[in-house]
Design a protein. Sequence first.
Length: 220
Amino acid sequence: MTPRSFLLTAELGDYVRANSEPPDDVAADLLAETAELADRGDVPSTFQIAPEQGTFMQLLTRALGVRRAIEIGTFTGYSALCVARGLPDDGSLLCLDTSEEWTAVARRYWDRAGLADQIELRLGDAHESLRALPAEPTFDLAFVDADKAGYADYVDQLHPRMTDGAVVLLDNTLRSGRVLDPQSDDDRALVELNAALATDPRWETVLLPLADGLTMLRRR
Ligand SMILES: C[S@@+](CC[C@H](N)C(=O)[O-])C[C@H]1O[C@@H](n2cnc3c(N)ncnc32)[C@H](O)[C@@H]1O
């Protein structure tokens, strides 16, 4: 099953997708292959972002004129494909993930889309990969979709590496609604982070009810 916005009924989810720009053939095939792997139990079924979120992120990347982007949590590569599609020809995307197996799927689709030269993948713990990054060059867009308890560290580490006015997107900030009744350490970590970010002077913050909750931070 393709991921969808949890606040929408199946019918409304279909309506939203039918009235947004559809995924092209490469993105559609990647969505289908990941859904098939998930149906077989070979990959988690909740990992990939919803197609309407991918379309939004591609449009946002292009609208902001992003030239350098970073993604933390790549999996089979769909969100990266969307961001990379929104970049200009000389733009670049750095992807951080621990899984060689899942990102091997990603690499196949980036190749097919002609984006392999614009996307660099670094395998390893993203906290360490980020720490090892030089202060320059900075990024215009970041997408964070990895270990939820690590988001606060990612936000802190990203801040000095983002250009003024840059945007950081944090995924799953509604935790399928569990932010109202946290059940796990990951839920509690995001409840604390959501509250802290709402008044954090470093960022303009909005929590969008898109898909599983997408927090958008703009560096002041
Ligand atoms: C929710 S999935 C990302 C989904 C992806 N953005 C997409 O839309 O298809 C989370 C990914 O984060 C990676 N991950 C989890 N903890 C990590 C860490 N500490 N460092 C790097 N990657 C990590 C996992 O290997 C997994 O691929």
